[in-house]
Each structure stands twice: as C-alpha cells, then as structure tokens.
Design a protein. Structure first.
Length: 292
C-alpha cells in the first residue's frame, strides 16, 4: 500500500473503500499525527481554489510542513520546463508532491524519473482522483451505499476530468451513470440521457462548469440560453425525486449551471463536497505516505 496516486483505475475497489473509510474516520474526528513534520510540495501549474487549499488544510491537520509553489514567480518564467521544475522539488528531498497540470497524463514523463510519491491533483481533461473520492464519500454519506444508485453528469463532459473520472469509477461501483448537455460536448459511449429524463430518473444530478479555458472554438451558446436549456432552476428542480441531491465540483457559475437560489438549498451538497474534500485528502496523503 502507498506510493503514487495518479489514476483511480490503478486502485482496487477494496483499496478505494479503505480510503473512503479512513476519510469517514477523519470526518468523525479521528486525529493522526504520525506523518507530522514530513515535507509536502504542492505544485499547481493551473489555477485552483478548492483542490489546492483543501490539500493544504488536510496537510496542516496532519502536521505536515507545506510548501506551495507559485508558477508565476518561478523559473518557469525563465523557460524552465515542467519536468525540470518537478525534478528540482524531488532533488530537495520532499516527502510528497501534489501536482496539477493542464497536460493529460503529465505524470507519464515523471513516473520512472521522480522518486518522491506523487498525488495527482488533476491532469488536463484526464483524471481528478481526489475529486471523485470526495464525490463518492458524499454520496455514501447520503445514501449509505453506492451500488444501484443512478447519477447524471450534466454539461461540458468532453473537457471535464471530473466527468471522465467519475464516469469510470462510479460504474465500477455498480452505479448507473448517464451524461447530458450540449451535443458538441457529449462523448461516444458515455450513456447520453435527455436533460429532463435525467432530472426525473436519477438519484444524483451532478452539474459541471463549462470549461471555456479548454475550448478550441468559442462556445456558441449564450450563458442565458445555457441556463434555460441545461441549467437547474426553481421549476425544473421539482422534477427531481424527493430524495435526489444536487452536486457540483465547483467553481459554480451561479445562474448558469445552477440557479443562485439552489446552490445552498436543502437539496444541494456542494459545500458538503468541499468539506469532505479535506477528509478525503487527509486519507489519500496517509495512503500515499504509507502511514499505518
Ligand atoms: C474542477 C477541476 O478543476 O477539474 N474543480 C475542482 O477541482 N473542484 C472543475 C472545474 O474547474 O470546473
């Protein structure tokens, strides 16, 4: 057990369940200080609020010493490569690296060259393992199980690492996973469902932000039009089952994916997801560092 955490598909379901159980124990108040004093470097080459800072809170709760790298004031500005930047922190003798980068599978060029364990904080449109883990924890807390539940992921599926990771792992856990949204952002083989059907049928509606920064061509729908067609609002939310919940990885563009009034409504678990992000990241760090 332990080492890199790059993709959830490298872990068995039993290993993932053990991480979720540990995260739940942290949520229930367990303290763990055996990793105190270890040095972690957070190397985020893409903007982040939740992932970066919830990692940092998790690291502080575990007593780690935290170094957060700022690409804008680093030697990246002198054309140093991504690879040499990561190798630098590896050579410092850091105990753990948490990396986010816009390149899909950025870690392939690192795995045989970097000896410090790496946790993937998101790679391009590829994977976002800790986001999926916190989503699974939130769903498990809500329904008590994962198997048999149905989820619809709504929006810019093609450019979303959250959609890609969740589609795969939720299916592995026996959930029915659907996707819906603008036709140009749907993907083959990802179980399309019309938006209204998704609202009627699913236990979980997971809305996504339109990932404008990843688009080759300008998105040709106005934000108002998007909200009218694929947004959750005070009317269509009534189509949802009584027990169904709303999730979103955030950042939320209020009144685009979700009407302002629903973001903190009784159905929404959006801030719960953020809270669980800290516990999941504590558990993942313990896993990566092989803490007993
Ligand atoms: C997501 C991401 O960066 O992939 N946010 C997150 O980590 N909570 C989704 C997004 O940026 O829309």
């Amino acid at each position: 057990m332990g080492g890199n955490l790059l993709r959830l598909r490298d872990l068995s379901l039993a290993e993932i369940e053990a991480i979720l159980d540990q995260a739940q124990d942290f949520c229930d108040g367990e303290k763990y200080q055996k990793l105190a004093g270890k040095i972690v470097c957070n190397l985020f080459f893409e903007p982040s609020t939740r992932t970066l800072y919830s990692f940092q809170v998790a690291q502080e709760r575990l007593g780690l010493k935290v170094i957060s790298f700022n690409p804008g004031s680093s030697s990246l500005q002198k054309d140093e490569s991504f690879y040499d930047t990561v190798k630098t922190f590896d050579s410092f003798g850091a105990d753990l690296l948490v990396i986010r980068h816009s390149q899909n599978e950025y870690y392939n060029e690192l795995v045989d060259k970097v000896s410090t364990p790496i946790i993937n904080g998101g790679d391009g449109t590829g994977q976002h393992p800790t986001q999926s883990l916190l989503d699974l924890l939130t769903i498990r807390q809500e329904f008590g199980h994962l198997d048999g539940l149905s989820v619809a992921i709504i929006g810019d599926i093609a450019h979303s690492r959250v959609a890609h990771t969740n589609f795969e792992i939720m299916k592995r856990f026996g959930m029915q996973v659907y996707t819906s949204g603008p036709p140009e952002y749907m993907e083959e083989g990802m179980n399309f469902i019309p938006f209204e059907q998704a609202l009627i049928r699913c236990d979980i509606i997971m809305a996504l932000r339109i990932q404008h920064e990843r688009h080759q061509m300008k998105f040709n729908m106005s934000l108002e039009e998007y909200h009218q067609t694929y947004g959750l609002n005070a009317q269509n939310v009534d189509l949802m089952r009584k027990s169904a919940i709303i999730m979103h990885p955030a950042p939320v563009n209020r009144n685009v994916e979700i009407a302002d009034e629903l973001v903190e409504s009784s159905r929404s678990r959006i801030f719960k997801q953020m809270q669980n992000g800290v516990f999941v990241r504590m558990a993942v760090i313990r896993y990566a560092l092989g803490g007993d």
